[in-house]
Design a protein around this ligand. Sequence first.
Ligand code: NAP
Length: 314
Amino acid sequence: MNPVIPVFGDLTDPELHHWLTALGNAIPGERFMALAEMTAEQKQRATFAIVANPHPSLLQQCPNLIWVQSLWAGVEKLLATFQQTDIKLVRLIDPGLANTMAEAVLTWSLYLHRQMHIYRQQQLNHTWQPLPYVAPEDRIVTLLGLGELGRAAAESLIKQGFQVRGWSRQVKQIQGVHCFHGSEQLQAALDGADIAICLLPLTPQTQGLIDTPRLGMLKPGACLINFARGAIVDDQALLASLESGHLAHAVLDVFMTEPLPKDHPYWRHQQVTVLPHISAQTRADTACKVVARNIRQYRRDAVISDAVDFTRGY
Ligand code: NAP
């Protein structure tokens, strides 16, 4: 019989129970258990685990782990811990998650494109003022990040008729997307864009990347969408750009501190939409299929799915 697979991390008891049930249903023949309920022998025998941002001390309870499967797509909180071990970290790469993110990107791009942020203000001020229509092909939308989520988002924006630009670390060719890469081409990607959308991982290179000069490259009246990680945006620079009127609106789903502190200026800022980190929540139904495939591949061929590259940081 296969060893028990531990499941642990930053989950409430109901969340943990939900994942144990979903994993058990999706992967018959495997036994999943909460780490806290496993015997010392079961912990010894475990060679891989399912985790959700676990505290480092929990990993030490299973001394023979070869790899772990994260239930989340973003893994920046785990890098420091894993860099000190030989354990491979497999993040969640789920087409279901990418579709959900693409839907969120399209929803908010259309909201901003159709100037709903301005009509919202008009309603608050009892102002009746139709604005000229702008066609999507006359809007430039720049995606920062062309990974699993960025590429799916690009497809939905192209179908909608927007001019789509994308920016990544390495050279990319994506049909319908004007692709830029590397720090030297960031300006060209942002220059004159109407909407900039952040779908980058948080790394030392991307921390604070969206700062005053970068925001200044966007078209006057442009909008920012951050669906990646809060620390990629310089909050003070963003607030100053909104105050100056250069930036018209920001849709923020992620923040330096989450939940967003009650006294944070974003809450009451009329040019900011605050979302509670919901643009692409992990869905157990689609995520479990991905986890099932990775586990079967490992059991059958001892092959571990693509692991996070600790040197590049994502
Ligand atoms: P991914 O597949 O790893 O893609 C990351 C993209 O960013 C790649 O195109 C990569 O370039 C690019 N990139 C990384 N560092 C760069 C740099 N220094 N300069 C230029 N480009 C750089 O990640 P993903 O699955 O698309 O997810 C992206 C992020 O979304 C996650 O890290 C997570 O933080 C966030 N996320 C948010 C939510 C939410 O609900 N808000 C949900 C899931 C994920 P290359 O292609 O050249 O490598």
